[in-house]
Write a protein of this length. Structure first.
Length: 199
């Protein structure tokens, strides 16, 4: 007959008390990581929006190069590094209204611009312009002052630009048009044309 030993019992482990500090630590770590992630996200968003912008074409003044309703990516820092060049397509604040416009740079500071006989001449040289919709049906003559630019729409006879409201101050320039990104079927780099007589 088996007799149970009264003095023998299996020792049981006593659970250790988890301190309040240890319980708090994982929660604080998670909250800190969430805050850091949000701050990093906002910083990247701010940085990207500072470097590039988005612009929607509203109207036909840049036909046939750009079409109404297209969306573009704009390089906002281009002209902090270099000056605008002949043929650049730029976005700028209209000097006489609250509008943002997009046009092509035709004259830079010091240039003599003449428009007559359906031709545009810069410093006496007739421009070869494969990008325009049609030849201009107006006349113009002037010299571009320092710190300003002469801009025209590619749709010469249907564009509010320097031939109608004069020169564009450099400080009004927002950036250089880089890419058409919408609609996807139109995706391509915005064509910029340097002039034949540029070095």
């Amino acid at each position: 007959m088996a007799v149970a030993e009264s003095g023998s019992s299996t020792p049981q482990s006593i659970p250790e008390r988890v301190s309040e500090t240890e319980l708090r630590q994982p929660t604080e770590t998670i909250i800190r990581e969430i805050i850091e992630t949000l701050l990093l996200t906002f910083f990247i968003f701010w940085l990207v929006n500072g470097l590039i912008g988005r612009y929607r074409i509203d109207g036909s003044s840049m036909n046939p190069t750009l079409q109404n309703g297209q969306y573009l990516i704009i390089n906002n820092i281009s002209y902090y590094l270099n000056d605008p060049q002949h043929g650049d397509v730029i976005v700028f604040h209209h000097p006489k209204s609250d509008l943002n416009l997009i046009k092509r740079v035709i004259g830079v500071p010091g240039d003599s611009v003449e428009i007559s006989n359906e031709q545009v001449k810069v410093n006496g040289v007739v421009l070869d312009e494969p990008y325009i919709k049609e030849e201009p049906q107006y006349t113009y003559s002037g010299v571009v002052p320092e710190g300003e630019y002469f801009v025209l729409g590619d749709n010469r006879n249907n564009s509010s630009d320097s031939h109608s409201w004069s020169f564009l101050p450099e400080e009004n320039i927002v950036g250089k048009a880089m890419i058409i990104y919408w609609p996807p079927s139109d995706w391509e780099a915005v064509p910029h044309y340097g002039f034949q007589n540029d070095n």
